[in-house]
Design a protein around this ligand. Structure first.
Ligand code: HEC
Length: 118
């Protein structure tokens, strides 16, 4: 009986240790907070050119939203829904899934800092 109790305690402890290890690994994957300056050119422009302009550019941009210029991206972030949509996991932009945490933090920091251009 004591042996069984001991085994149960041992199993519980190893499970706890395992989940702790996993949590620590997950946490390690979160990038450092962004403290440097984030500028439209090059930081935000790179993100938008790589993840948005295939749809939000060209002759007939999706949602009639052209994101190929500083003014347009800024205006969508400042007066439109860009900041919400890039954080909306139920209805994300880009539609195939949220940007990386690092990219989303960069966009948030850029807005917080007043949309510096370059
Ligand atoms: C695969 C094509 C595609 C990509 C890539 C894409 N979008 Fe969109 N986007 C759409 C479509 C289609 C709509 C309109 C339907 C909707 O709102 O979901 C839209 C709507 C939006 C809207 C709402 C516009 C409004 O007037 O309400 C914003 C803001 C937006 N996209 C921003 C972005 C940003 C920022 C990126 C890149 C991080 C991006 N999109 C990438 C296709 C795309």
């Amino acid at each position: 009986m004591n042996r069984t109790k001991y085994l149960i305690v041992l199993i519980a402890f190893s499970m706890a240790a395992f989940s702790c290890t996993k949590a620590i690994i997950d946490e390690g994957a979160i990038p450092e907070p962004i403290d440097g300056a984030i500028k439209f050119d090059p930081d935000i422009q790179n993100i938008v050119f790589n993840h948005c302009v295939t749809c939000h550019g060209g002759a007939a941009p999706s949602a009639n939203l052209d994101l190929t210029t500083y003014q347009n991206v800024r205006s969508s972030a400042e007066n439109g829904t860009l900041l919400n949509r890039v954080e909306d996991s139920a209805n994300p932009m880009p539609p195939n899934g949220l940007l990386s945490l690092e990219q989303r933090q960069a966009i948030a920091k850029w807005a917080e800092d007043g949309f510096p251009e370059n």
